[in-house]
Design a protein around this ligand. Structure first.
Ligand SMILES: Nc1ncnc2c1ncn2[C@@H]1O[C@H](COP(=O)(O)OP(=O)(O)O)[C@@H](O)[C@H]1O
Ligand SMILES: [Mg+2]
Length: 230
């Protein structure tokens, strides 16, 4: 079963002389249970790829399917995203007026889950991730690593089929980063699929497959040595 399918995806930011061709015909499929890492230099289109894959940005041409649904034809894209896609943003995007737990509860409450149940779910994920001790603090009372844990918890809560994570380990030390990869891999075992942008070969080594982006094109990865960490 294919959870995510991109076919011939291009994305041009801006137009005219200043147009940037961030993706130039990317095709990619991710199966149920697969953890795929995306690596590539800064500016190669990794964040654009994730945004397009999660329906936060529309491709200029080409198609994106999540669980067989063509994102261009989905009536309530926001609902599909909330229900099916967990997203860890490169700049986290936590809501500063909400506590850590409330940030994690929010997507569930938007989806009609009652506060009490949403709180239970949020606390379960925060505990799993080792963040329960600061569940009731606000983002500006947390360290960078703690904020990152909260953003990851928000992406994991609920039964998300597809997790998109843009450098989710950036502010974490090595044990913290390893712990996140362990969590993502466990979600894959449970049937979710993960697309993970990382600069770190250490974390990419957890992936079933590594996709290399260069100037908006998927580069051939067959000659890249991989050492499995699992
Ligand atoms: N909203 C935008 N408007 C204009 N250019 C953009 C925008 N987003 C990204 N780009 C450009 O697209 C290219 C790919 O960017 P990005 O996807 O962020 O790459 P990466 O995440 O690999 O660093 C870069 O040249 C970047 O400057
Ligand atoms: Mg980026």
């Amino acid at each position: 079963m294919t959870v995510l399918a991109l076919a011939g995806v291009t994305r041009v930011h801006g137009d005219g002389e200043t147009a940037v061709h961030a993706l130039k015909g990317v095709s990619l499929q991710i199966a149920e249970g697969e953890l795929v890492a995306v690596m590539g230099p800064s500016g190669s289109g990794k964040s654009t790829l994730l945004n397009v894959a999660g329906g936060l940005d529309r491709p200029t041409s080409g198609t994106v399917h999540i669980d067989g649904h063509d994102l261009a034809a989905v009536r309530d894209l926001a609902a599909l995203r909330r229900r099916s896609v967990g997203y860890v943003f490169q700049d986290l995007n936590l809501i500063t007026s909400l506590t850590a737990a409330e940030n994690v509860m929010l997507p569930r409450e938007l989806d009609g889950v009652r506060s009490r149940k949403a709180r239970e779910e949020a606390m379960a994920v925060l505990t799993e991730i080792g963040a329960e001790s600061f569940a009731d603090r606000f983002p500006d009372e947390l360290s960078g690593g703690q904020r990152q844990q909260v953003a990851i918890a928000r992406a994991l809560v609920g039964e998300r089929r597809l997790l998109l994570a843009d450098e989710p380990t950036g502010a974490l030390d090595t044990p913290g980063g390893d712990e996140i990869l362990r969590l993502l891999a466990a979600r894959c075992e449970a049937g979710a699929s993960v697309l993970l942008v990382t600069h770190e070969p250490r974390y990419a080594a957890w992936a079933d497959r590594v996709v290399f982006l260069r100037d908006g094109v998927v580069a051939d990865a067959t000659d890249v040595p991989m050492v499995s960490a699992r």
